[in-house]
Ligand binder design. Structure first.
Ligand SMILES: Nc1ncnc2c1ncn2[C@@H]1O[C@H](COP(=O)(O)OP(=O)(O)O)[C@@H](O)[C@H]1O
Ligand SMILES: [Mg+2]
Length: 366
């Protein structure tokens, strides 16, 4: 395996710094503009998007563009802690507040004081903690577990979720009042597949940053590889793209990424909640139902035609089974069984009335 090991050119290094984030697609450009407008304010922001779409990156960006940029940015994943732990982590605790609280500890709110607190996966926060969080946001003070003293806090809260909180509210899992308190500004990050203009820009961005990190020289992309990347659905969004580029650089030969070097998972992630039925899917269902109905009607019609023909032939042959069978091109047995089933002939107890498998269908050319 041969890898180019030229150091990156100063121009390349500068361009990585200058475009530390990629916002190329028109949707991303509009998002960036919106983000720049709201960042300097003190407003809470709710960032919504599938996993890997860049929610945390956007939160950091907002912090860096705000007047709090020199203060702390504390990012926490609300889904990563049990109910009892998350309370102590958020609001802090005094020594002896619960079994295992061997010393006093400041919570995330105190850690972020003066700066920004990013609450990721806010939808995972238990209801009991949601009430306390709302109180802290409204009163701007926290009380550590095991203490009565309130501590004034000055924190801007940014929250993120990968689920539609409105649905969680309807299901009784999320407090509506907290939702409105967090959702002063709403930023929705589209899945990567819905902002195709970002894909190749991100590919170049990650090639540049990883070749630099790995100490490689220039690595190019073959046209077929570019096409494969541009047309893939990216269920894991930007995080998946970043991992694919990192992995590909480790196995790519001679400084050119070929289509075969790219291992794309083709994993299909069902997101039923995020894709309400469209007019097209409704039409598809209707079409299937009509098709089924039509087939049933054809089957019924077929049976009806068979019965009518058999009766007519039997009458035409003056109720002679043998002649009827000959007229219709059937074996005597089949004709007899069908006539019995039709009620035209009486069952002869000694003979079976059930046709054998290959005799069961009356094939008449109509
Ligand atoms: N616009 C962007 N430009 C460059 N890299 C990005 C961009 N958005 C996200 N990333 C990168 O993609 C990865 C996933 O982003 P992250 O913010 O953790 O997503 P999420 O929080 O939505 O799961 C991170 O490594 C992040 O740096
Ligand atoms: Mg995240």
């Amino acid at each position: 395996m041969q890898l180019l090991t030229l150091p990156p050119s100063p121009a390349l290094a500068t361009s990585i710094r200058a475009t530390a984030q990629v916002f190329e697609d028109p949707k991303s450009k509009a998002l960036l503009k919106h983000l720049q407008q709201v960042a300097p304010s003190e407003a809470s922001v709710l960032i919504i998007g599938e996993t890997g779409t860049g929610k945390e990156l956007v939160a950091r960006h907002i912090h860096n563009l705000s007047t709090r940029k020199t203060q702390a940015f504390v990012a926490v994943n609300c889904g990563a802690f049990s109910e009892s732990l998350v309370e102590a982590e958020l609001f802090g605790h005094e020594k002896g507040a619960f079994t295992g609280a061997l010393s006093a500890k400041a919570g995330w709110f105190e850690e972020a004081n003066g700066g920004t607190l990013f609450l990721d996966e806010i939808g995972d926060l238990p209801m009991s903690i949601q009430v306390k969080l709302l109180r802290v946001l409204q009163e701007r003070e926290v009380v550590r577990l095991g203490s009565r003293k309130s501590i004034a806090i000055n924190v801007r809260v940014l929250a993120a979720t990968n689920v539609q909180l409105e649905k969680a509210i309807n299901a009784g899992h999320f407090r509506e009042d907290l939702f409105y308190r967090l959702n002063v500004v709403n930023l929705e990050l589209s899945p990567l597949r819905d902002r195709p203009g970002d894909i190749i820009a991100l590919v170049h961005y990650f090639i540049a940053s990883y070749t630099k990190r790995l100490g490689y020289g220039e690595v190019r992309l073959s046209p077929a590889a570019e096409h494969k990347l541009a047309t893939y659905s990216w269920p894991g969004n930007i995080r998946e793209l970043e991992n694919v580029i990192h992995h590909t650089l480790l196995i790519c030969r001679d400084g050119v990424i070929q289509s075969d070097d790219l291992r794309l998972s083709n994993l299909r992630i069902e997101r039923p909640d995020e894709h309400p039925p469209t007019d097209e899917s409704a039409m598809g269902l209707l079409d299937q139902a009509l098709h089924r109905l039509f087939e049933e009607q054809v089957d019924n019609l077929h049976e009806h035609v068979e019965r009518t023909l058999l009766r007519a032939a039997y009458k035409f042959c003056h109720h002679n089974q043998v002649h009827t069978a000959e007229l219709l091109g059937l074996s005597r047995n089949v004709a007899r069984t069908l006539l019995i089933n039709l009620g035209e002939l009486k069952v002869n107890k000694r003979r079976p009335v059930k046709p054998s498998a290959d005799e069961r269908v009356l094939h008449l050319s109509i």
